[in-house]
Design a protein around this ligand. Structure first.
Ligand SMILES: [Zn+2]
Ligand SMILES: [Zn+2]
Length: 382
């Protein structure tokens, strides 16, 4: 396919409009409105709203019966202050599109534009604008939304722009693509006492030290794990700033990460054991909570083949990294339930990194990205 200059200009202007008005995960109300309004120009057969929060889906129906192909884009921004100074810079202090979800949403709108001009021959295409990706909540909420029963896909695809890879390069691999991860919060409760008499209280200080040391050791342990895993201590808190008091309460927070879901289960079990043992050792009460759980994104072989064929047909370079990416994507909820695959599209070798304050989605890769999704649609639905 070729995208006309006018069409492309329209999509880029839309991307920059989204960039100017970023909204945090779960709060994408105006973003959803903007997307809906823009999509209406391309008359989808049906629009679903408020999917799993602020999500929406546009459906393009083919003439003949056939499979349902779902393409997913995320749409949320991050709590990062933008340091860029271009005309369309974020108008919301402290919030900005620093992961390129404005670009992903615009690309999907570009696919709507292409499907409006040439609908699929058979089956239907569901263009899903998914909220709350950054917190790992959106995909699951969309899938669990009762409305989603009418949109059950036979195939699902998604992409993420990737700084560090040449602009427009298609980055893909069989099976594991992005890591599983989750946040762990350990709350340790003992008993405060006077700093002069720590023996009268129960301080969690030593347990905190044991947990940090235990997690660090577990992170380096190879035995019993199939592949890469990692625990990163991200935050600790012990007592209050009061020189007269021995602390009676502490928190330890860590991020658990692994390429494989089965390794994540092992890592979880062992981390819980370390925390419980430390609490028992010092007679503390412990409470463990989990946050931001992302399953691993595991690509289906036949879907990866379709991505490869589409890239080759459109003369796009393909790169296949040796190992999965260490970051997580909540698209993993889709690949754990449906046949699907995620690929990356290079943002440029020296492009600012994702989640950095100077990052901005590179508009120059929009045509390649639309071409890939449109090509995947033609490959499966004609
Ligand atoms: Zn991100
Ligand atoms: Zn992202």
């Amino acid at each position: 396919m070729t995208i006309s200059n006018d069409d492309l200009r329209q999509i880029i202007a839309f991307r920059q409009r989204l960039h100017q008005h970023p909204e945090l995960s779960g709060k994408e109300v105006e973003t959803a409105k903007r997307i809906k309004e823009f999509l209406q120009m391309f008359s989808p057969d049906k629009i679903y709203e408020n999917l799993g929060g602020n999500g929406l889906a546009a459906v393009y129906q083919g003439k003949d019966e056939g499979a349902t192909l779902l393409i997913r884009a995320d749409m949320d921004a991050l709590p990062i202050n933008e340091t860029n100074n271009f005309a369309y810079k974020s108008t919301t202090p402290g919030v900005a599109h620093k992961c390129g979800h404005d670009g992903h949403a615009a690309i999907l709108a570009g696919v709507a534009q292409a499907l409006h001009q040439r609908p699929p021959s058979r089956g239907r295409v569901v263009l899903l604008f998914q909220p709350a990706e950054e917190t790992g909540q959106g995909a699951k909420r969309v899938i669990d939304d009762p409305q989603f029963a009418a949109l059950q896909p036979n195939y699902t695809f998604a992409l993420h722009n990737l700084p560090g890879f040449a602009a427009g390069t298609v980055v893909v691999r069989d099976k594991h693509f992005a890591a599983a991860s989750k946040g762990m919060i350990i709350r340790l409760t003992g008993k405060t006492s006077h700093a002069a008499n720590p023996e009268h209280g129960i301080s969690p200080a030593m347990a905190v030290a044991d947990i940090i040391r235990g997690f660090t050791g577990l992170s380096m342990e190879k035995e019993g794990f199939e592949d890469f895993k990692l625990i990163t201590i991200i935050h600790t808190r012990l007592g209050e700033i009061a020189f007269g008091t021995t602390p009676g309460y502490a928190e330890v927070m860590a991020t658990l990460r692994s390429f494989r879901n089965d390794d994540m289960q092992r890592l979880t079990d062992q981390a819980v054991e370390i925390a419980q043992q430390a609490a028992d050792r010092y007679r503390l009460h412990e409470k463990i909570e989990w946050r931001e759980e992302f399953p691993a994104t595991v690509n289906d072989k036949s879907c990866v083949d379709i991505i490869r064929q589409t890239a080759t047909r459109n003369n796009l370079k393909i790169e296949e990294p040796d190992t999965p990416f260490r970051w997580s994507e909540d698209f993993g909820y889709f690949t754990s339930r449906y046949k699907g695959a995620m690929f990356g599209i290079g943002s440029g070798k020296s492009h600012p990194e994702l989640h950095h304050p100077d990052y901005d989605f590179p508009d120059k890769i929009i045509p390649q990205a639309i071409t890939m999704f449109d090509g995947i649609v033609r490959n499966i639905l004609g």
